[in-house]
Design a binder for this molecule. Structure first.
Ligand SMILES: [Zn+2]
Length: 287
């Protein structure tokens, strides 16, 4: 019998619950479920994950309005973490464009950014006080493990991409992490039920694991962490879902032109209220 990587129960094989395809609709994947903890997993996953991310450099800006809105949401998340942990130092793992580190620095906190790209992220290029360290996701090695010591490790939209999330978390614990802040797509959100196989958050093969609150807690507990706060956020997803749906259904260009223009984008904004709680967040401390 095989043990589930997340809950460590001896479960044998995961059950297939859904057939999905990638964004282009050319490659088939399965969504598998652990009968014990109900974690969902994409199958199969390519051996070399590094090549999937080669095109996603974060050295260009995202647009001023987007950057402004992201800043508001990020500062709300920082307040949430500091209230629970009283942390002053953060490791922004999977720093992307550098928005989170940028906001930490502006609020007076110590930030270290880390990601797989060699180029410094765009929004911290002019902030030399924020060290940028390289992370190798295949080998799970950070350029300078000492920089993790006593920090809160920020994992926003990272853990769903990691092949072995338990080994990944335990690396950071072994390097001296104090707390973790984790945000992932919520596998129990309403849009998963409505869009089913067309749901944009499956995002194969990039998203490997699909968590809900209970399976995330099982993973953290068995990794040596204790959950101290958790909750849900809502991020705008209506256009993302329509993009995936029309792409998979091979909708004619006029349908996509009608849906994806600045006026339609603005009109779609209030519809996001129909799809709440599509992100799960957790704050955990090392036991
Ligand atoms: Zn399990």
């Amino acid at each position: 019998m095989k043990n589930c990587l997340i809950c460590e129960q001896s479960v044998g094989a995961y059950h297939k619950i859904l057939e999905i395809t990638d964004y282009a609709g050319t490659q088939n994947f399965s969504i598998m479920e652990c009968p014990a903890c109900r974690i969902l997993k994409t199958d199969p996953i390519p051996d070399d994950l590094g090549t999937l991310y080669e095109d996603s450099a974060f050295d260009k800006p995202q647009g001023e309005f987007h950057h402004f809105l992201k800043g508001i949401l990020i500062r709300r998340e920082i307040k949430r973490i500091v209230t629970a942990t009283h942390s002053k130092g953060f490791l922004d793992m999977g720093s992307g464009h550098g928005n989170f580190s940028e906001n930490l620095h502006k609020l007076g906190y110590s930030a270290v950014a880390t990601d797989s790209h060699l180029q410094r992220p765009y929004y911290i290029r002019s902030i030399p006080q924020i060290p940028y360290k390289h992370f190798d996701y295949n080998k799970m090695l950070i350029e300078d493990p000492a920089c993790v010591q006593n920090r809160t490790v920020v994992l926003r939209h990272v853990l769903e991409h990691i092949r072995d999330p338990k080994a990944f978390l335990q690396k950071f614990i072994s390097w001296g992490a104090a707390y973790f802040y984790i945000a992932v797509p919520n596998a129990q959100s309403l849009e998963r039920l409505i869009f089913r196989e067309h749901n944009a958050f499956w995002h194969p093969p990039f998203h490997i694991w699909h968590y809900h609150k209970a399976s995330m807690e099982k993973l953290l507990n068995s990794s040596g962490l204790e959950v101290i706060r958790s909750g849900h956020d809502t991020i705008p997803s209506v256009l993302l879902q329509l993009d995936f749906y029309t792409k998979r259904k091979k909708s004619p260009p006029w349908v996509r032109n009608m849906l994806f223009n600045p006026v339609a984008n603005l009109c779609a904004m209030p519809l996001n209220i129909l799809f709440p709680n599509n992100v799960l967040w957790v704050i955990a401390r090392v036991k």
